[in-house]
Design a protein around this ligand. Structure first.
Ligand code: AN0
Ligand code: CP
Length: 316
């Protein structure tokens, strides 16, 4: 695998899930593979899990890791073409990415959607420019439209917990005070469509995901109907794609509560985290055995490790 930007970079989804699960049980079996190779992690946005789990995954493979937080501890980068740089950007991505490519063998990048210009975000402008100018393999740590390390972890966790063939998996919109990107639900949908699951999406009207991600997945506007018989529930907020970046609803009837889980098949609840307690998900879910969010976060290490292992094997 040369790069990891979406599920399309994985030739065999179920085998990388199995590889991640195997690494969980024997994380140090390839601890020489990454010797003398440097992973750079470039963050344009905050992170707890991705930052720490990807460092740990790289360390388990014997890699060196350098973390750079753009803007706060490196120069503010310019992405525009032909810009007269007399504003607050100090360095152009053409030099910035090319320089990082001199120091790093693989570059991880987190660059969220700006949520103002849909065309710009969905063209993956930042990620594409970094790939172009860095000249080294790139790993997405959440881009404008996708969060593939999270989705691989989600599928790994579902596989790990699954008691039956073809479980019912429900992605449900949940409220949030701020506009969030569509990256997590987009990516989750993309990966679930490649998995052997019955997949359903539920959200209020106006929160439809882009067709390239939702495909022909059934969409229900009635959350109770969608949750019926679910084996796994993934509550997550996202802002509107159609009315780009808008918060159309703050309706707390969509908060996932223990009462709502009664209509499921004793569903396990996943979430990428961070989550706003009692807005997206109620305490009585997060503090109950239904929640598997900590196990899921733990699995981020082994999903990242499976990806880095494949990238090291292909590129060096
Ligand atoms: C981000 C998002 O929803 O894309 C990151 C999730 C992993 N969440 C927040 O900004 C709260
Ligand atoms: N789930 C996830 O990516 O978390 P962070 O934003 O903390 O990295």
């Amino acid at each position: 695998m040369r790069q990891f930007l979406s599920v399309a970079d994985v030739s065999d989804v179920s085998s990388i899930v199995q590889e991640a699960l195997a690494l969980k049980h024997a994380p140090h079996t390839h601890d020489k593979l990454g010797n003398h190779k440097t992973l750079g992690l470039l963050f344009f946005n905050a992170s707890l899990r991705t930052r720490v789990s990807t460092q740990k995954a790289a360390q388990n493979l014997g890699m060196n890791v350098i973390v750079v937080n753009v803007g706060t501890e490196s120069w503010k980068l310019e992405f525009g073409e032909g810009v007269v740089m007399e504003g607050d950007t100090v360095e152009h991505i053409k030099e910035g990415a090319a320089v990082l490519g001199q120091y790093c063998d693989i570059l991880g990048v987190r660059a969220f959607a700006g949520l103002t210009d849909r065309e710009m975000d969905y063209s993956e402008n930042i990620m594409c420019k970094i790939i172009r100018y860095a000249g080294v393999p790139v790993l997405s740590l959440e881009s404008a439209t996708r969060h593939p390390l999270q989705s691989l972890t989600d599928l790994m966790t579902i596989t790990e917990l699954c008691q039956k063939p073809r479980p019912k998996v429900v992605l449900t919109w949940a409220p949030h005070p701020k506009a969030l990107p569509q990256a997590v639900p987009n990516s989750f949908a993309e990966w679930m469509r490649c998995a052997d699951v019955e997949f359903v999406i539920t959200h209020p009207e106006g929160y439809e995901l882009a067709t390239e991600f939702a495909g022909d997945v059934p969409v229900l506007y009635n959350q109770d109907e969608a949750l019926t018989g679910a084996d796994f529930v993934y509550p997550k907020n996202w802002s509107s794609y159609r009315n780009y970046g808008a918060v159309l609803s703050q309706n707390r009837n969509w908060t996932l509560t223990a009462a709502k889980l009664l209509q499921t098949n004793a569903a396990k609840v996943l979430h990428c985290l961070p989550t706003r307690r009692n807005v997206e998900i109620a305490d009585d879910v997060l503090d109950s055995p239904s929640s598997v969010v900590i196990q899921e976060a733990g699995n981020r290490v082994y999903a990242a490790q499976a990806v880095l292992k494949r990238m090291l094997e292909t590129n060096f």
